[in-house]
Design a protein around this ligand. Sequence first.
Ligand code: S3P
Length: 165
Amino acid sequence: MRIFLIGFMGCGKSTIGKKLAKTLSCKFIDLDKYIERKTGESIQQIFKEKGEKYFRVLETESLMEICKSDNLVIATGGGTPCFFYNMQRILDKGICIYLKMEANNLAKRLSKEKSKRPLIENLTEKYLVNFIRKKLVEREVFYNKANHIIQAKNISEKDIIKLIS
Ligand code: S3P
């Protein structure tokens, strides 16, 4: 069994993924952390030194490597399902859960964690909400193909884990 958590940056994929894996006695893999271990570079460094296109190829290769193992909960990066054939790959390889959250909530959660995320690190508060709104429209075309969609705003982490498991 493989469970993929997808959704925008800041929706809680990693936090929920870790706890879910523990509940299900599965291994947890955070795709960004996997890439950082594999390359010895941080996501910020990869974006800065080699650019987003290079990162997306690396991200796809890493996703394919991870899919060779079983009994996993995988927290994908916010953009993972939206490049190449990754969304189809995710659906073929396991159960996909979209942790859905509104732009305003995402912006609140992300405002303190921008520096770790190259796509938003230079955006002011005002532009951050607009950026998220615009990106969500593009990305939900992919996110909405998930097997299950959980409205992450009105539900506690504990209940999300209960619901999924
Ligand atoms: C990205 C999300 C990040 C990371 C990279 C790009 C995106 O992961 O993969 O900064 O395109 O949304 P998180 O969703 O874990 O922040």
